[in-house]
Design a protein around this ligand. Structure first.
Ligand code: GLN
Length: 485
């Protein structure tokens, strides 16, 4: 076979099982590809060359012996550098955790390790997953493999760019307000935020605990199903993980959408939406109808409050979660004159500007006298947002929406205007607020840059979500287009 990096995870599995390729060959193909494109893209903060090759050799032995071969045995994956790993640093792209190695694996990492997956490395992110462009990394930005000087989206921009640039078969990211779906859209690949509670977050460095979810980046919806069933399930280490069965997630794959009702929310058309994105959306809606789906107008009236609600809730929870980085228990410590001075120096020099902004906003929103006016009020509005979806799902199986109002923007174009950066999350945040699953799939191009489209479904109904996404993907065919980096 010529270029092994063209294989999806499902195709890699078949080729490995048929002994057409070995995991060591597959892993070397990715390591070569990483060497070739990293100078241009910078998806990775840490490449795990020796570990990957050892894991690949072990996978080959396991496959040769026919010993417990699973979906991802011998398949190379990349991990967002916010997931704890015992054999590589976990930094959240922050100076405060530079060089930090966790004493335990995140549950998702442990599950992949147990399957015999190969870890290529840890991918770049906005610092502590706060951002939409990966420009907030303390270790330099990632570039979008589709365009000169374009951001890959964020915060999981490294994981998205790695899959789009074929530097990994699959990667994992985290999504608190869109950090999987938005970079997947910007990089022309598939990104899934599972239902809140579907995947254990144990060992995910927390940002906003009531919103964070871990999910996959893949080139196809089939690969998303494979990765989701590999990482999902209840975990006694995360009390928010739900005791719900893990199906194959492919049971609703079919070639048409007859009998399926898809909601189109009238609130999901905003000022500032690019005409190229709108045109791609219109074409996609037509395609869904051609597949037999019935499009139904639905209303999600509280959508306009989602951004404000998120930008109170997420910083408030972040300010509490980030209190642990004080130079005492882990990470870097900058010695001061006394304990308070040590805290101040460590946090003052360890955190970057966006993280400090969030901590200040969140501390303010939680402070005495403001807590009810901000955090409690935000939680009440959040309930209304969730009820909008509950009502809509009484009449439709899924809802369709653009992933972002624009395609990938230019590096540096929004860094001086945090508000403009926040506004771009308008279509992704509501799913986190409601706890429901959302997937972004490639839906065409605007000026040569990928456009992403999202589907949402009821909580824990990823099977319906992936079934619809798969039928659309196969009919539309945009997944076959590859970035030419
Ligand atoms: N862009 C959003 C933020 O900056 C979402 C980030 C995320 O999902 N981790 O908070």
């Amino acid at each position: 076979m010529s270029d092994l990096t063209l294989l999806t995870a499902a195709e890699s599995r078949r080729a490995l099982d048929a002994r057409e390729i070995s995991s060591v060959e597959l892993t070397n193909a990715y390591l070569d590809r990483i060497d070739a494109v990293e100078p241009k893209i910078h998806s990775y903060l840490h490449v795990m060359t020796d570990i990957a090759l050892a894991q690949a050799a072990a996978a080959d032995t396991r496959i040769a012996a026919g010993d417990d071969v699973r979906d991802l045995t011998g398949v190379p994956v990349a991990l967002k550098d916010i997931l704890c790993t015992t054999d590589a640093p976990t930094t959240a792209a922050s100076k405060i955790l530079e060089g930090y190695v966790s004493p335990y694996d995140a549950t998702v990492v442990a599950k992949l390790r147990e399957q015999g997956a190969v870890f290529l490395g840890k991918t770049n992110t906005d610092e502590f997953a706060m951002g939409s462009s990966t420009e907030n990394s303390a270790f330099g930005p990632t570039l979008n493999p589709w365009g000169e000087n374009r951001v890959p989206g964020g915060s999981s921009g490294g994981s998205a760019a790695a899959v789009a640039a074929r530097e990994a078969v699959i990667s994992l990211g985290s999504d608190t307000g869109g950090s999987i779906r938005q970079p997947a859209g910007f990089c022309g690949i598939v990104g899934l935020k599972p239902t809140y509670g579907r995947v254990s977050r144990f060992g995910l460095l927390p940002f906003a605990s009531s919103l964070d979810q871990i999910g996959p980046f893949t080139r196809t919806v089939e690969d998303t199903a494979i990765m989701l069933r590999s990482i999902a399930g209840q975990d006694r280490m995360d009390s928010t993980s739900a005791p719900i069965d893990v199906p194959s997630f492919t049971e609703k794959f079919g070639s048409d959408l007859k009998g399926i009702k898809i909601g189109v929310a009238k609130e999901y058309s905003v000022d500032g939406m690019e005409t190229g994105v709108d045109a791609a959306m219109q074409a996609a809606l037509k395609q869904l109808q051609d597949l037999g789906a019935e499009l139904v107008e639905v209303s999600l009236p509280h959508t306009e409050y989602a951004l404000a609600t998120y930008y109170i809730t997420a910083p408030a929870e972040a300010s509490a979660n980030l209190a642990r980085y004080d130079g005492v228990r882990f990470g870097n410590r900058i010695e001061g004159d006394d304990l308070i001075d040590t805290y101040m120096r460590t946090r003052g020099q360890g955190f970057g500007p966006e993280v400090k902004r969030r901590i200040m906003l969140g501390t303010y929103a939680l402070s005495s006298g403001y807590y009810d006016a901000y955090y409690v009020k935000a939680q009440k509005v959040r309930t209304l947002i969730k009820q909008d979806f509950d009502t809509a799902f009484e009449t439709v199986d899924a809802i369709v929406a653009p992933t972002s109002p624009t395609v990938a923007f230019e590096m540096g174009s929004r860094t001086d205007d945090p508000y403009a950066m926040y506004l771009a999350d308008v279509f992704t945040i509501p799913a986190n607020m409601a706890g429901i699953p959302g997937i972004s799939v490639p839906a065409g191009f605007s000026d040569g840059l990928p456009v992403g489209m999202q589907f949402f479904a009821k909580a824990f109904d990823e099977s319906t979500l992936l079934g619809i996404a798969h039928a659309y993907e196969q009919a539309a065919g945009f997944y076959k287009e590859l970035a030419t980096v």
